[in-house]
Design a protein. Sequence first.
Lengths: 172, 426
Amino acid sequence: MAFDLNRRIRGRVWKFGDSIETDAINPYYRYPTMDELKQHTMEAYRPEFPKEVRPGDILVAGRNFGCGSSRPGLVLREVGVAAIVAESVARLFLRNSIARAIPIFMAPGITGVVHDGETLEVDYPAGVVRNPVSGASIELRRFPPLIERIFAAGGLPEFARERYLREQALAS
Amino acid sequence: MAQTMAEKLFSGHNLAGKPVRAGDIIEAQIDGAMVHYHASEPMHDLALQAGFNEGLPRVWDPERIFVLVDHHQPTLSQKQADDNALIRREVERLGIRSFHDSEPGISHQMMADYGLMRPGELVVGNDSHTISYGALNAGGTGITRADMFYVLLFGELWFQVPQSIKVVLNGHQPNYPIAKDIVLYLAGRYGDDFAGNMSMEYDGSLVPQLSIDSRMCLAAHGVEVGAKLAMFVFDETTREFLRGRTDKRYEPIAADPDAEYEKEIVLDIEDMPFVVARPHQFGNVAPVDELAGQRIQQAIIGSCANGRFEDIEIAARVLKGRKVAKGVRFLISPASQQVYLQCVKAGLVETLLEAGAQVVTPGCGVCQPKVGFLSDGEVCITATTRNFKGRKGSLKADIYLAGPLTVAAAAVAGEIVNPKEVFDGI
């Protein structure tokens, strides 16, 4: 599923703390199907989240978001999370999100500019995250060009197929 | 330009053929790819998703791909059996020969047991604890299943060259393993992401005294403090371990003496108390004495962090002539069949069974909600990798992490205790 980094995102915030692990995001050991996962994602920290999250909501987290096992956060997209904005992201969760074209942004200081339930605007082209009510804004980190191309392709498997087909065409 | 081990590793594997510095984004040549139990996703599901209707059209080099179906052996459900059958078909179709689906054990330990990765190599695996290969001076690093799909096709992958942190460990190795205490202590002191995205490069007077088992524990836990790599130097201990396991040539890597580190931390282990991580985060660490008296219902030794010979040997020493406390389930899972065999030959298993411990099949199960679930309100102390909420089933259970000596002592006492109070052999 392609994700256009240049699309501005505006949504209601669900706020989480530091070092939220992939066992909480994607507890597939206990809930192996996507239908089950959707009913249990993030419940370890906020039991109401799976029931009350709405399409278009934005997840804001502290440092080290997605630490632990190498597991994708596809379930967050499935329940409608439009973007993840964190102080910092654990490297495997970041790699997973890039590889599956899940909109994730690192904005050091983000937890200081928005409260739970408030609205947040993510403006990647402008390189900022804004709280439209308070007017506070904070810089977000741009991705290197290679990563932007992976997002544009719709993820790494799709990016791989494009390369494979290009190379096959050149070889024939 | 002086280089860290990480800069050496990625310079030597940079497809652009140029030396690299920390921060560079590069595409790297991969030497080895370890695919574990999620193999059906990179080998099959993601191929279909990307539009390869017949599945993965090829693999880049069947000799450099190692498929170890570790978490799901023996299978615990029909779905796992069906999944493993699909993996077997795909492995045969793609011509991959290094395939292990008839031997339980943790992939990372089996990669070491069978000499499937070597010093100086860049080896990726779709499991976070692939970082443990740094114990053997190999550039092991965890990737994702989608990254693995790319690697299987091309043998290449993008990386950001990490900054490096030098971790200097000084002191004398006591007569029991202390690797777990070291990494927990550091996480408690510096936070659970103090090495975030970095290459940890170990140094100091303790390092030459550390066994491969201890180095694997420290390296595996690199990921629990956020690291991309956790590297040990190549020395006589490494050479001795590899003898007879691999006949391939390898070129160890070493940092230049004047390499630049982002930061340096120093720990003298003689100043370090026994420590325990409280629920539910790795960095939530306290000296064991602060937690003494906490009752437990379960104790575990196992996993890619602590399922090795020295971890089980210290448990056997503690249990010799003693009994596991009534009402405590003490599960011990060797990291691999080879480790299990080593324990049997050394007579450890008899001691463990006589004391009332349960020796369970090698594998990842004891570190997950797969083998030995906890119920609401139950407490477990474990020498495994993680203490996250729900890691052993109930979200209302508490998991404490500690070294194997502290876990064995707690199993005997029925509560968290300073091991010196139970065991006089230290």
